[in-house]
Design a protein around this ligand. Sequence first.
Ligand code: GDP
Length: 306
Amino acid sequence: MFSISKIREGFNKTRNFLKEKLSQISFLGRELNESELKEIEEILILSDFGYDFTKQLISELKNNFKKTETENTLQEVLQNEIIKTLNQFESKSTATLKPKVILLIGVNGVGKTTTIAKLANIYKKENLKVIIGAADTFRVAANEQLNIWTSRLGIDIVQQKQGADPGAVAYDTVQSAIAKNYDIALIDTAGRLHTKNNLMDELSKIGRVIKKIISDAPHEIYLVIDASTGQNGIEQAKVFSKYLGLTGIIITKLDGTAKGGIVVNIVQQLKIPIKFIGVGESIDDLQEFDATAYTNAIFNQLEEVK
Ligand code: GDP
């Protein structure tokens, strides 16, 4: 399930950007001067690592660079700081629940529908029985898309006619999951942000309806964010997390951006763990998130940077 080379490939743009920029600064075990620190700051901001992380790293470099005079000092300090930041918020394990109910939320266009299919594919490969609930009942295209994926993957889906009550679809899905002994129920939801209050009401209602059947469900609420939307995506996430108890983030389209630092920025601002990352358009391009693998994937060809 876990493929380092896929992530490495997915981070090509980010790595190439950092590699090009950082290699212009040559460090030979000496103290960094102010203009070099400024330069590093700019590179990190441009890669979307965010202001807080950048400040933290610069202070770390100022304090520790002199002390550690190994070959890769800059890269090491950077990697350690990234891993430390990413591992701050451990997720709680819900491994034994059945059916495990997972709600996927996010603004239209972020890759939510594709991500549901990719997730279903991951669980299916683990020999788990998966059912999808198409509770975004307004978007015909999204539902058609889901139909194509599910029939291709041989995964069951609960759908109702266009405009049906999303709560009713969620209810049916969870009922079926119990009745037919499914392991995982993945529920797709609407993402029309222009009707923010209605959308939040609708999502809260879906949550309440599910709770009527299983009181501690949904067990996971994953917010899907498009990596290329930067701070905008983070602002959207803040709105969602105000209304719903998010348990994890899925970041899509990391393959299409040079701003892979967004992963760090999101964790630091939202204080929620990243669960999966999307690194391409095909069905296998979703990876379970691992902080060390992520860090290796962005830096593993930077050895020449001193
Ligand atoms: P939704 O509106 O949020 O349901 O978005 P869709 O699932 O329809 O996806 C929108 C577009 O993003 C589609 O063209 C997908 O193929 C593409 N997409 C989704 N995830 C990824 C990803 O990780 N990488 C890339 N490059 N494209 C993605």
